[in-house]
Design a protein around this ligand. Structure first.
Ligand code: KG4
Ligand code: ZN
Length: 340
């Protein structure tokens, strides 16, 4: 049952062919070079690049799998959440193909797909209920996952996403974009206890996150305050490594503590972690001795990709959860509501 998946929620144009949990082909056209000089994604530039990339990427995914469009069993698309202009490109392409080929269309929530990414190219049986953590540039949220068809939001960020904090701290330090992988690398050389950045845990029981105070704290540390004027250029390489390591330690401590709380509250039997920040080496190391089995996606499926969309699309298709051709592009997630 080959499923064609399409991803265009933010700044990666992706297409993949997935059969069950096996990724047959996975193509990602990254736009990082286009956005790097702005230190963030420029929505209009992203939409235009998606238009240029979408058909070549789909063609390459089909070629990589050695199949034609007629061999595809369904077209799955991440139609929410994301940048509206970007979402529209993938959603329109998917609807057009589903209609022209008379194949089922499956609308997928991108946050849901990040959770499912732990299943890709893996035969592991994930003990349920699991606590799911999606930590990316756009989201930081905790879920009780009773099955991949039964997911409940139990906590989320009240301000920045953790990946967004990584990107902003990298900008403060005068490093490149996206900041996560760079800080992750520099943190290896620094001393995690060098600077006592705050760990915002909110109230004792809270499963919500807040990263904006940590980000401001890094800003004050780097730029100086009370008359001490500095900037990243005046810091030595070793000082930048220490800031990177200490910032990363603060992020990781918060994520791990919230996972512990969520596991206790829900009586979970395992933990699954997806989204761009799940590639982080510090986080992966910190979870090595967790009290429950922990599942991370293979590295290539941590950041945005269409394989997770196709994989989850297959699960939804089997459950009869297909979409109509009036499927909309929607900026917010189905799994994040106003009460959190
Ligand atoms: O999942 P993703 O590709 O896009 C969203 O859905 O947001 O996540 C991108 C985010 C960026 O903020 C990037 O800096 C962060 O993931 N990221 C990392 C690492 N690799 C990517 N953050 C920390 N450590 C990493 N190794
Ligand atoms: Zn994502």
């Amino acid at each position: 049952m080959p499923i064609l998946g399409i991803e265009s929620t933010c700044d990666e144009t992706g297409a993949a062919i997935v059969e069950g949990r096996t990724v047959v082909s996975n193509i990602v056209a990254s736009q990082i070079d286009l956005h790097a000089r702005y230190r963030g994604v420029v929505p209009e530039i992203a939409s235009r690049a998606h238009i240029e990339n979408i058909l070549p990427v789909i063609r390459e995914a089909l070629e990589g799998a050695g199949i034609g469009l007629a061999d595809v069993d369904a077209v799955a698309v991440a139609h929410r959440p994301g940048l509206i202009g970007s979402l529209l490109i993938g959603t329109t392409a998917a609807k057009t193909m589903a209609w022209a080929l008379s194949k089922p269309l499956v609308g997928v929530d991108h946050v849901h797909a990040h959770l499912y990414s732990v299943c890709l190219d893996s035969s592991a049986d994930i003990p349920m209920p699991a606590i799911g953590l999606v930590c990316s540039g756009g989201h930081t949220a905790l879920y009780e996952v009773r099955s991949f068809l039964d997911i409940e939001l139990i906590g989320s960020t009240i301000d920045d996403a953790v990946g967004e904090a990584y990107d902003k701290v990298a900008a403060i330090l005068g490093l490149g974009y996206p900041g996560g992988p760079i800080i992750d690398r520099l943190a290896e050389q620094g001393e995690a206890r060098a600077i006592a950045f705050p760990r915002s845990l909110l109230t004792r029981e809270s499963l919500d996150f807040s990263f904006s105070g940590l980000k401001t704290s890094v800003l004050y540390h780097v730029r100086g305050y009370q008359g001490k004027q500095r900037n990243a250029r005046t810091l030595s390489a070793a000082e930048i490594w220490d800031v990177a390591a200490s910032f990363q330690a603060a992020c990781v401590d918060v994520l791990v503590e919230k996972l512990r709380r969520a596991v206790r509250r829900c009586g979970a039997r395992s933990v699954i972690i997806g989204g761009g920040v799940s590639a982080n080496r510090g986080l992966r190391r910190a979870m090595e001795n967790f009290s429950l089995p922990v599942f991370f996606p293979p590295m290539q499926y941590c950041t945005d990709n269409a394989a997770m969309t196709a994989g989850l699309g297959g699960v939804l298709l089997s459950a009869g959860c297909t979409s109509e051709l009036d499927l909309d592009a929607i900026p917010h997630s189905q799994f994040l509501d106003a009460s959190h």
